[in-house]
Design a protein around this ligand. Structure first.
Ligand SMILES: [Zn+2]
Length: 404
């Protein structure tokens, strides 16, 4: 169906910036034209009009670092392997209802999950949400460190295996984008502090890391790493890692080095490592150094305890529905520093789309891109944080969430 949709303002996150009293022509699931309502209505007199002139239209959100299909189902629901993906689909619907139409999912290997990447891909087939998969290895900070990989699935591997060139190459070949392909520090994952006393421990030597990076680069792939703390970040930067996931506790000097090396950052202000997560001030510093930074939930995750910029009172697991909420402190600080609202919204749209390598498909409102957009009471994250303030979610031009 082709139509014209009218809005109070369009925050395009593209060269067009913000268009007041704007409209978009949607043709065959794509954005065909963007402009002022008055001129587009004259140019396209025959088109059906969807009047959203009381609302703001923005690109829909991209959460580029999540664990919704592997870790979340067994954490949230009493599922068996037969019903695992039924839970996964419920979780994806929740993400969609929170305005997220694209995800960067991690497949790490998990003691309870014997699924291949193909199984995960099949599970999301036909769901109106775009999912990219990063295949990874993972090291969990239990009393006895536990290591898994996307290839070996539920079978644990040794710390030595993590650097095995054949295994690393198999993981790298399957990976769609630079998610947290390796864990430089052991992770607390979504376990409580007591369960994971060794979270934070460094897993690799610099030599091992350099070899792993070389394998990815030889295959023409970029590599991302789960990393936190100055020691781990130093290793990541020296080894030539392309994307730092979390980078909690990064020093000012390391921010400068990352900027010089063209490293990207996926900030996770809710938690995800053994350290206090990215503060709004830290995200501002990335901005000031022109480091492409995305904000992501890493969900499902318990919020890091005692974090002053988070509104949560307890440690229950939080999902992608809190993306706007955890991004707001940083987004508002950027606004205070006079950054343009389009540049700020890119944290949740264009920047993560670029990280996924899909910025020629979605992430902005721009002619030629998929019509993936939100009709909301304000700019997501910056002005609104409650998911019911998102009135409609459109995916490829089709309304998939309707709250009016
Ligand atoms: Zn993660």
């Amino acid at each position: 169906m082709n139509y014209l949709i009218r809005s109070k303002k369009l925050v395009t996150v593209s060269q067009l910036g913000t268009v007041k009293d704007g409209a978009m022509v949607i043709e065959n699931g794509k954005i065909a034209e963007i402009g002022i309502w008055e001129s587009l209505k004259e140019k396209f007199p025959g088109l059906d009009v969807m009047d959203c002139s009381n609302y703001v239209i923005t690109p829909s959100l991209v959460d580029c670092h999540t664990h919704l299909l592997e870790f979340a189902p067994t954490s949230l629901y009493p599922v068996s392997s037969e019903t695992h993906f039924l839970a996964g689909k419920a979780i994806l619907l929740q993400a969609l209802s929170a305005g997220i139409t694209a995800l960067g999912e991690q497949i790490c290997g998990h003691p309870l999950c014997d699924f291949s990447k193909e199984d995960y891909q099949k599970a999301v087939d036909g769901i109106p949400i775009d999912v990219s998969f990063a295949t990874t290895s993972i090291s969990i900070g239990f009393e006895n460190l536990a290591h898994f990989t996307a290839i070996t699935q539920s079978r644990g591997v040794t710390q030595y295996d993590l650097s095995d060139p054949i295994l690393v190459q198999m993981i790298a070949l399957l990976s769609d984008y630079p998610g947290e392909n390796i864990f430089i520090n052991a992770t607390p994952a979504n376990f409580t502090e007591k369960e994971v006393p060794r979270a934070g421990e460094i897993i690799y030597t610099l030599e091992e890391l350099k070899k792993i990076v070389k394998i990815y680069h030889r295959l023409g792939k970029r590599i991302g790493a789960h990393v936190g703390g100055e020691e781990g970040i130093k290793l990541a930067l020296e080894a030539g890692i392309d994307v730092l996931h979390h980078a909690h506790g990064i020093s000012d000097k390391q921010i400068n080095i990352a900027a010089k090396q063209g490293v990207k950052v996926v900030a996770t202000p809710m938690g995800g490592t053994h350290l206090q997560p990215n503060s709004p001030e830290e995200i501002l510093k990335f901005f000031q150094k022109d480091i492409p930074v995305s904000i992501s939930t890493d969900s499902y995750l318990p919020p890091y305890p005692g974090t002053s910029w988070l509104p949560f009172q307890d440690q229950t697991l939080k999902g992608p529905d809190v993306l706007m909420l955890i991004a707001q402190p940083a987004m508002q600080l950027l606004k205070k520093h006079h950054y343009d609202e389009n540049k700020i919204l890119a944290l949740l749209t264009d920047n993560p789309a670029k990280l996924l390598g899909k910025d020629d498909t979605f992430g902005r409102l721009e002619a030629g891109l998929e019509a993936n957009f939100l009709v909301s009471e304000g700019i997501p994250g910056l002005e609104i944080t409650a998911i019911d303030q998102i009135k409609h979610v459109f995916y490829k031009g089709v309304k998939v969430i309707d709250r009016l």
